[in-house]
Design a protein around this ligand. Sequence first.
Ligand code: NI
Ligand code: MN
Length: 225
Amino acid sequence: MKIMYVGHSALYFEGETKILIDPFITGNPWVKGKHYDFSPDYIFISHGHGDHVGDAVDFAKRNGATIIAPYELAIWCSWQDVLTHPMHIGGKFRFPFGWVKLVNAIHGSGHITKHEIHYLGHPCGFLWETEGKRFYYAGDTALTLDMKLLEDYSIDYAFLPIGGNFTMDVDDAVKAAEMIRPKHVIPIHYNTFEVIEASPEDFVKKINDRGMEGLYVKPGEEIEL
Ligand code: NI
Ligand code: MN
């Protein structure tokens, strides 16, 4: 399986099943000049903010992909004529590629257009298992003690925001990793905008110092599992 970090919070998992997460492509400064021809089977969306919903509906339409998201957000997507599978926090479901569970994220989830905010429910993180590996994608979230519950899942790869301002910063994300104890930790949601400046090198070093493996995957890079 290959994982590409597009940049910001967008990731593409290319295994037997292809999963695209929070596909912010149009307008994403990390994407400038690149063309990503993703063909997802499933698209996970963590919350309604523009830098996460991104091009999800376009990809879903083009590929006939199914969007997996918290209920209100999934219903809102379904109004745009795409396939959806609504779930909610604490719920787990077995898909053909493996199981997915929605977990808590402390954040907002309104979709904002000019002078209007559409309420789209509660934001989430994703916990899932596929091809014998377990993943946790935190989405946008504050540090929360709920993360301690994830330790029992023996997570192989955790994706944590480190940019601060809207989410955890480096030090909070390190505390999160200490609670979750995943084998590998990959930083996301940093340096896209001025207010979320952070050092992925510093984060990875702090993770390694604590006996986990921090992986600095640069935007546009792929790792092979
Ligand atoms: Ni957000
Ligand atoms: Mn965000």
